[in-house]
Ligand binder design. Structure first.
Ligand code: FES
Ligand code: FES
Length: 158
């Protein structure tokens, strides 16, 4: 059994230490918002936060965690969809098929932790998640709106 902290709770997981966190999260904890895309750290569909840093959970093994590490998945990003990126994504209506979007939100929220007002170039450089539907324009727009919402929670798109 391995104790892991996910979304503010501690779970005991009975899994092989080589199991990627993606499968621990989806299969053992039933948190299916984190998606499987490529399985080789390329697409970003499986993005989560570990101690606030965005990580690709398809290649992050259970054995790589320490008992102090705090994992956040899309389900734990906020209560009631209140995180500025969640509000901005809804306002801009970013998703098309939606498959990549929980990973995009995790990448965007980690970016805004590091950089409170990123440029388009910063967004393109640090958000390397693949969207097969090509929603990149709306993702950029939503990240900029999230900056405004973080400053003023009542802000809405003009
Ligand atoms: S499934 Fe992890 S990066 Fe694609
Ligand atoms: S919205 Fe369809 S893959 Fe991104």
């Amino acid at each position: 059994m391995t104790a892991i902290q996910v979304n503010g709770k501690t779970f005991e997981v009975n899994a092989d230490p080589d199991t990627p966190l993606l499968w621990v999260i989806r299969e053992h904890l039933g948190l299916t918002g984190t998606k499987f895309g490529c399985g080789i750290a390329q697409c970003g569909a499986c993005s989560i936060h570990i101690n606030g840093e965005v990580m690709r959970s398809c290649v992050y093994k259970l054995s790589m965690l320490t008992n102090k590490d705090k994992i956040t998945t899309i389900e734990g990003l906020s209560d009631n969809l209140a995180h500025p990126v969640q509000q901005a994504w809804a306002e801009v209506d970013v998703p098309q098929c939606g498959y990549c979007q929980s990973g995009q939100l995790m990448a965007a929220s980690a970016l805004l932790q590091r950089k409170s007002n990123p440029t388009d170039q910063d967004i393109d450089n640090s958000m390397t998640n693949i969207c097969r539907c090509g929603t990149y324009q709306r993702i950029r727009e939503a990240v900029h709106l999230a900056v405004q919402i973080a400053k003023n929670p009542n802000k809405r798109k003009a």
